[in-house]
Each structure stands twice: as structure tokens, then as C-alpha cells.
Design a binder for this molecule. Structure first.
Ligand code: ADP
Ligand code: TRP
Length: 332
């Protein structure tokens, strides 16, 4: 097998936390470094418009995401890294694809369907508060994916349906106009750990239980010391498989350190000491990225330059393919 194009979009919403790093950023960067992959990672800033209508917020979040991924080692030489809104071909393709997409297909998309069901349950008009951006979201996502002929699309479980919709749309277009689009496949990393939050539930911005990625050392330590533990005394043996501290530690330490940490739990360790060790392991991984992040986020010009270079290179790929597509639909 030859090279595979691996493409994913990152929505610039929410403050990033250590769960996002372990579950999304780290595995995607690792994948991008594999020799047989041609990685295409972009900031889906116009997708964010469905839920974010504050201009300053969209602007800042976009730069924050760019700085975060770069500070964790995304290599812009290897990865085609750009802002969706810098690629006009995506939006042209969005329209062409929407003419190959039945409304019924989009009626079944989870986000829209959930909203309709919520409205019906509340006795409202089924489409109350539904904007076309939300309804068409999967078509724009199909354009993102198909324009770059992606083979693999790493996404979370909630996005699998969107990749399947992109496939459906590609098949319809191919049937209408002849073989054009590569059929994409979702790539789900089953083995990436779910990081628990301060309260033991999944760490998530919607639960307000997060450890943000770029807080200073003092704040990081403070948050780690806030993680919920029980009232067992220090010397009492503890089950390492029933501890939020161990769950997080496993994602940040070496195998030897983990074995040692688990042993300490079995023998009895005070939660203060356990939290200090956890803090040291997490901080060690975040120290360098944190420094780079703060440097980058204060240099928007450099970030912008990087994103624009990425867009220029991406358009070199998109332009000729878009020309093909235009020819196929009769514009020549
Ligand atoms: P949140 O739950 O904070 O809203 P998102 O849904 O925006 O996070 O998730 C963005 C990415 O980060 C997804 O790929 C998701 O799988 C990953 N992710 C989010 N929270 C965690 C977590 N607690 N552990 C592991 N991965 C996570
Ligand atoms: N919808 C994705 C999310 O919410 C983001 C996204 C936009 C995306 N376009 C994409 C993901 C293309 C993969 C491929 O996370």
C-alpha cells in the first residue's frame, strides 16, 4: 500500500484540557509522524460559526488552537496545517455537494435529529432554533474531507456518522458524474484512555471539571491537589484500579514509573504524596509545550504566517482537483 492521506478538522471551541491532549492531540501528532501518512490537519473555523457568533472569540480561539497544536510538536513542514476559511475551494465544493445530498440524509444526522426531538418533546415547532448552518454542517464537512481525497479521518465516536455521510455523498457524486472522489473511512482510536476530571467523571468542558493545558505550574499543582479522593488514611492499602490519580498518572508517566506508583498504592501512600508525584509527572510533560505556547500566542503574526503558508500549499492541492470537479459538472 502506498501513502495514505489522513485528514482531520479541529473546531476552535473551548479551552483545551489534558483530556483533549491525551485523547486527541497526542495521538494525532503521533499519527502525523508515521512515514506512510500524508497528514492534513486544519482548523475548522467556519464550522464553529454554528455555535460561536462572537467575532473576537472566534478570532482568539483560532489562534489558541493553532498555538496549542504547534507547541505539542505538530510539524508544519510535514503536516498540511491551515485554516478552513482560507480555502475558498471548500465552500464552492460545499454547494456542489449539497446538490448531491438528499434532504432525508441530513434529516437523519444526529445533531439535527436531537434538536428536532428536543423541540417536539417541548411542544415546539420541530425546527425551532435550527439554523441552516447546523443542518448543512455534514455537507461542509464532506467538502473538507473530499476536496483533499482523504483516505482516513481520525475522529471521536460522535463524528463517525459525519464521515459516513461524506462517503454517501461521494458515492452519489461518483455515480452521477463518474469516479471522482476517494471514499473516506473514519479512524477511531479505541485504545486512547479516557481521562477522568477532578470529580471522577470524564474530563469535559461541559462538566467544568477540567485541568486546562496551559495553566502555570502553581495553578496546575493546585488543581491536581483538588482531585477528589476518599478519606482513607495514608498507611491503608489502596486499589490502584480504583483511583482517579492512577488513571491520570498512567497517561503521563513511563511504564516503570506507573508500576512503581501502583505498588505504592497497594502498600499504602498518602493522597498528598500521590498528588505530588502526579503533579510532577504531568508538569514534566506540559512544561516545554507551555513555554512554547505562551511564546507563540504572543506572536500572532508568526502564527498567521504559518497558517497562510499552510493554506497556500493546501490550495496547490485543491485548485487542480477543483478544476477537475468543475469540468465534470459541466463548467469548461
Ligand atoms: P469536551 O468533552 O471537553 O467538550 P471535546 O468533545 O471538544 O471535549 O473533545 C475534543 C477531543 O478530545 C475529542 O477527540 C475527544 O475524544 C477528546 N477528549 C475529550 N475529553 C477527553 C477525555 N476526558 N479523555 C480523553 N479524550 C478526551
Ligand atoms: N465536526 C468535527 C468536530 O466537531 C470537526 C470537523 C470539521 C472535521 N470538518 C472535519 C473532522 C473534517 C474531521 C474531518 O469535531
Amino acid at each position: 500500500m502506498g501513502e495514505k492521506i489522513v485528514l482531520t478538522g479541529i473546531k476552535p471551541t473551548g479551552d483545551l484540557h489534558i483530556g483533549n491532549y491525551i485523547g486527541a492531540i497526542a495521538p494525532a501528532i503521533e499519527l502525523s509522524n508515521q512515514a506512510d501518512m500524508r497528514p492534513v490537519y486544519f482548523i475548522a473555523d467556519y464550522h464553529a460559526l454554528t455555535s460561536m457568533q462572537n467575532a473576537e472569540e472566534l478570532h482568539n480561539r483560532t489562534y489558541e488552537i493553532a498555538a496549542a497544536w504547534l507547541s505539542f510538536g505538530l510539524n508544519p513542514e510535514k503536516v498540511l496545517f491551515y485554516r478552513q476559511s482560507d480555502i475558498p475551494e471548500i465552500f464552492e465544493l460545499n454547494w456542489i455537494l449539497s446538490c448531491q445530498t438528499s434532504k432525508g440524509l441530513l434529516n437523519r444526522a444526529h445533531a439535527y435529529k436531537a434538536k428536532v426531538e428536543e423541540n417536539l418533546a417541548a411542544g415546539r415547532d420541530p425546527d425551532a432554533g435550527v439554523y441552516m448552518g447546523l443542518f448543512n454542517y455534514p455537507v461542509l464537512m464532506a467538502a473538507d474531507i473530499l476536496l483533499f481525497q482523504a483516505n482516513l479521518v481520525p475522529v471521536g465516536k460522535d463524528q463517525i456518522q459525519h464521515v459516513e455521510i461524506a462517503r454517501d455523498i461521494a458515492e452519489t457524486f461518483n455515480r452521477t458524474y463518474g469516479e471522482t472522489f476517494t471514499l473516506p473511512e473514519a479512524l477511531i482510536s479505541e485504545d486512547s484512555a479516557v481521562i477522568p476530571g477532578l470529580d471522577g467523571r470524564k474530563m469535559s468542558k461541559s462538566y467544568g471539571n477540567v485541568i486546562p493545558l496551559f495553566v502555570d505550574e502553581k495553578k496546575l499543582r493546585k488543581l491536581i491537589f483538588k482531585i477528589k479522593t476518599d478519606s482513607k488514611p495514608p498507611e491503608e492499602p489502596k486499589d490502584p484500579n480504583d483511583s482517579i490519580l492512577v488513571d491520570i498518572y498512567r497517561a503521563f508517566a513511563t511504564p516503570e514509573e506507573i508500576a512503581d506508583y501502583e505498588q505504592k498504592f497497594r502498600e499504602g501512600i498518602g493522597y498528598g504524596d500521590a498528588k505530588q508525584l502526579l503533579f510532577e509527572a504531568v508538569n514534566r510533560k506540559l512544561e516545554e509545550p507551555r513555554r512554547r505556547y505562551h511564546e507563540l500566542i504572543h506572536d500572532k503574526e508568526r502564527l498567521n504566517q504559518l497558517l497562510e503558508n499552510g493554506a497556500e500549499r493546501a490550495r496547490e492541492v485543491a485548485r487542480p482537483f477543483m478544476n477537475d470537479i468543475r469540468r465534470k459538472i459541466g463548467k469548461y
